[in-house]
Ligand binder design. Structure first.
Ligand code: NAD
Length: 392
């Protein structure tokens, strides 16, 4: 067991304080100074080798207030990603922390200018945008990584190790997803998550993409073939929804223009079925555990808010040993000392120096995006659709 742990943590030297400091100060810029940019700022303020030199936000004065809040004095401000990228010539990388609708244009502009990019999840809104981002990335030869910080968690890595070990045999069925009972992310400071013009996609882009990443990464991101999808908005469109009432904003129901629930039945290459559901609001405590079923064993991952970074408790493998049906508990591994968010930034910085594959590469995440895109399309058409991802 001790040996096992050591191997897992070895992969995370980059965040265990053992990473080389590269002998330089990284100059970064942040595009979009809303909620998630604050999470970056908190972590960057713990790093003595990172300096944020430029900020931009479409909202007048927002970037300036942001800099003040995080105690950054030596920063330049720009009204949008374009002015920032056109003006800043010495950047080691940019953080695209805008709402989903502008991920593609910001990333493509930055890559075309020869910059390394860490883009917040979801990669984009549509598959078409994701393809354009991949093309720009390929042409630039720069790093484009997508901000899925739970990937850094040792327990999440364990899921992949279990699948790779062969102990489950042939994997043929996966159920994943989950969500919240009442959890539409809207408040007086932020309505960007609930509007089509800013978010483009709802619960799938916010939390569903994490559940998909958890299981698809574990099985090597096989190609999706077809999807039957369903989306609804019963809670989001209801003016009496609890959060709207508590905040005194029933009109948020009129602004609500994305999905608050989604389900998909996806056929993957290799004869694997993926059964997925995710909700921002439902009349249920949980829509179930994540299960990965195989011919030799099945893995149960307790119902988890995997978007918060780890699994929901000890995982179990159900199998048969010498004719007896047994259940093996997988002990939880300790979380990373510096946290997953810190780790994802360090992994990005490392990639900008060492090149090679991005820590959360777009050839995987484009599949995640294609499934979300397929669910939306299938739901609109009311029938199964083929998923075709153009070669880049
Ligand atoms: N990794 C995580 O844990 C995590 C958590 C929350 C949100 N997110 C993701 O982060 C992204 C942003 O979420 P948020 O909560 O910060 O949203 P937000 O609405 O609070 O902030 C986004 C900001 O981007 C700005 N913006 C948009 N387009 C721009 C452009 N072209 N140039 C400059 N500024 C621009 C907006 O004006 C806004 O201030 C979303 O895609 C979301 O899915 C990730």
């Amino acid at each position: 067991m001790a040996e096992e742990k050591k191997n897992i943590l070895d992969d995370f030297k980059v965040v265990q304080g053992e990473d080389k400091k590269f002998g330089k100060v990284f100059k970064l810029a942040i595009i979009g100074t809303g909620g998630i940019a604050g999470a970056y700022a908190n972590e960057i303020n713990k790093m003595d080798d990172v300096h944020v030199v430029a900020l931009s936000d479409l909202v007048d004065g927002k970037a300036e207030k942001f800099a003040q809040k995080y105690g950054w004095t030596n920063v330049k401000f720009y009204p949008s990603h374009k002015e920032l990228i056109d003006a800043e010539k010495e950047l080691d990388g940019v953080i695209v922390a805008t709402y989903n609708r502008t991920h593609a244009e910001c990333c493509i502009y930055a890559l075309n200018a020869g910059l390394n990019v860490i883009c917040e999840k979801p990669m984009s809104v549509t598959l078409e945008e994701a393809v354009k981002m991949r093309k720009a990335e390929k042409k630039s030869g720069k790093v484009l990584t997508i901000g899925f910080q739970p990937r850094m968690d040792p327990n999440m890595k364990k899921i992949k190790e279990i699948c790779d070990s062969g102990v489950l045999g042939k994997i043929y069925y996966i159920q994943t997803g989950g969500g919240r009972r009442r959890g539409i992310p809207v408040n007086v400071d932020r309505t960007s998550f609930i509007q089509d013009s800013t978010a483009g996609i709802g619960t799938m882009g916010d939390i569903g993409c994490y559940s998909l990443d958890m299981v698809l990464k574990a099985i090597g991101y096989p190609k999706p073939l077809t999807v039957t999808g369903y989306v609804s908005d019963y809670f989001g469109k209801d003016p009496s929804y609890v959060t709207y009432q508590q905040n005194g904003h029933p009109e948020w129901a009129d602004m609500f223009s994305v999905e608050d629930f989604a389900a998909g039945f996806i056929r993957l290459e290799g004869g694997i079925i993926l059964d997925f559901r995710i909700s921002w609001a439902m009349n249920l405590d949980t829509s179930g555990d994540t299960i990965i079923m195989g011919t030799k064993g099945s893995l149960r991952i307790p119902s988890t808010e995997c978007w918060n970074g780890s699994v929901g408790g000890p995982m179990k493998i159900y199998s048969e040993v010498a004719g007896s049906q047994v259940c093996t508990e997988i002990p939880l591994l300790p979380p990373l000392k510096e946290g997953n968010f810190n780790a994802k930034i360090r992994a990005f910085l490392k990639a900008t120096q060492e090149g090679g594959k991005a820590p959360v590469p777009t050839d995987e995440i484009i599949i995640n995006q294609a499934i979300i895109d397929g669910i939306i399309k299938s739901s609109k058409l009311g029938k199964e659709v083929k998923i075709e991802i153009p070669e880049v």
